[in-house]
Write a protein that binds this ligand. Structure first.
Ligand code: SF4
Length: 358
């Protein structure tokens, strides 16, 4: 027996096989599917994850170079100008600390280091400083991929970063053009699109994704996916709102684990052969279904996020290995990090019946 979801998944798979943009109504049918059908959705999307990435998982490590003090008003962001969130706020870290952080990321299995700085966009001085930092990192770790995420970009800045050894530039479209003014008034969707284009035109690998769970509708999600498709990113981070206390979206809870899996699966149909990364909010919103996301995405962050704590790197490695996936080094070879332990320790029960303290 076939029904609307089965038919939609079949057409979404046909479009993905031909690397074509999915039909809007099929995308909406997927998003409207009920939680009890989530395994069918994940299974359909997983074919493309397997086809293009086998069982490989790329790990990425975030370094927040400069935190807080941003003049922009993105309502979802704990670093925005009106944010009263209890986060670490600091000016640019120095190169010595950056190198330590990079080494921590590499020790956790990272193949890509993402250098992020809060702000509307980098100044000339910022770009000079970051270019120097990147040269230093590359001199010590020539194979590590460096991505920078510094806000709205000038063409000359993009070229300078590229010459310094930056591989990718991240700038997320975040939400649909129609919904954008609801989440930010100090810059526009168009500004964001322009920056992705500038990064791409300068030879930087465009990394652009989204943030979900901010009150956007299903049609916003589909319009955003289409906007990203047009922007042609090579990697697509998919973040889920972390509603910090002290921000306008404080405590906002619009996501369930199944909803997150539906969104990730949808993105796989739009980007069957691209790196899709489960980003911020993975632990909070996917919760006990985190491992299922690995059947759809081929990339995750390891360690902490910009202003929130991530789960310990060993738990990520355990999840990856337990689910039959394999972390990879920057050149795609199997990473030796987090091998499954050869011995198991059992802890005997010391509480409850028979114990002195019941
Ligand atoms: S521009 Fe970036 S750092 Fe600034 S408020 Fe928006 S998301 Fe946060």
């Amino acid at each position: 027996m076939t029904d609307s979801l089965t038919n939609a998944l079949s057409r979404l798979s046909e479009a993905a096989s031909a690397l074509k943009m999915p039909d809007k109504s099929d995308a909406l049918t997927l998003l409207a599917s009920r939680d009890e059908r989530i395994l069918e959705v994940v299974l359909s999307a997983s074919h493309f994850r397997k086809k293009y990435f086998a069982n490989k998982v790329k790990l990425n490590y975030l370094v927040n170079l400069k935190s807080g003090f941003c003049p922009e008003d993105c309502s979802y962001c704990s670093q925005a100008k009106h944010s009263e969130a209890d986060i670490l706020r600091y000016p640019f870290i120095d190169t010595e600390l950056l190198i330590k952080e990079v080494e921590r990321g590499i020790a956790n299995g990272a193949a890509r280091i993402c250098l992020v700085a809060s702000g509307r966009g980098p100044t000339e001085r910022d770009v000079n400083r970051i270019s120097e930092m990147v040269r230093e990192v590359k001199a010590n770790h020539p194979t590590i991929e460096i991505c920078t995420s510094l806000g709205l970009l000038e063409d000359s800045h993009a070229q300078q970063l590229k010459s310094a050894g930056v591989f990718a530039y991240n700038h997320n479209l975040n939400t649909s053009s129609e919904y954008y003014s609801k989440i930010c008034t100090t810059h526009t969707y168009q500004d964001r699109e322009d920056t992705v284009k500038k990064a791409k035109n300068s030879g930087l690998s465009p990394c652009s994704g989204a943030l979900f769970g901010m009150g956007e509708s299903d049609i916003d999600i589909v319009n955003l996916a289409e906007g990203l498709y047009t922007a042609e990113p090579e990697s697509v981070p998919v973040n889920f709102l972390l509603p910090f206390e002290g921000t306008p979206l404080s405590g906002f809870a619009a996501l369930t684990p199944s909803r997150c899996l539906s969104i990730l699966s949808l993105m796989r149909f739009y980007f069957p052969d691209k790196e899709i990364r489960a980003g911020a909010g993975r632990e909070t919103h996917l919760r006990s279904l985190q491992a299922l996301s690995l059947y759809v995405v081929n990339s995750i962050f390891v360690g902490d996020y910009l202003t929130s704590t991530g789960q310990p790197g060993e738990n990520d490695m355990e999840m990856i290995r337990d689910a039959g996936f394999m972390p990879v080094t920057p050149d795609g070879a199997e990473s030796t990090s987090g091998r499954i332990p050869q011995s198991v320790k059992v802890e005997s029960r010391k509480r409850g019946p028979g114990a002195r303290i019941v």
